[in-house]
Design a protein. Structure first.
Length: 120
């Protein structure tokens, strides 16, 4: 009878160990990715990155902050996907700030800034 009891305890121990390992593997102790990541600012072309840092010393943005069109010749910034710790407001009742940059001779320059509803 003691062999049966030992076997059951061993099986229970293995079962509990496997369950604990599975919950850890699913991210039980892992931190999820921050949606507002400074890397999304750091990956911008230098002229655009400098302009954004001029607006906010500690900018963070979602992946959808910058959209590229016309084979990266044009970059549109969507400030509804932007976060600044200083609390600067880039959205108003009329919409959120959008900026369009175009590449000319290897450098980006601001074409226009406007307020538009989120997603435009």
């Amino acid at each position: 009878m003691s062999t049966l009891m030992t076997s059951r305890c061993l099986i229970a121990f293995i079962f509990v160990s496997l369950l604990g390992h599975q919950s850890f593997a699913k991210g039980g102790n892992m931190r999820s990715e921050d949606r507002y990541n400074p890397q999304h600012i750091e990956s911008l072309p230098p002229e655009i990155r400098e302009a954004v840092i001029h607006l906010c010393a500690t900018p963070r943005a979602m992946h959808t902050f910058a959209s590229y069109t016309e084979n990266p010749q044009k970059v549109v910034l969507h400030f509804e996907h932007f976060y600044c710790e200083a609390g600067d407001a880039f959205c108003a009742p009329a919409g959120c700030l959008h900026q369009v940059y175009a590449s000319s001779h290897g450098h980006y320059r601001l074409l226009r800034s406007y307020f538009a509803p989120a997603g435009d």
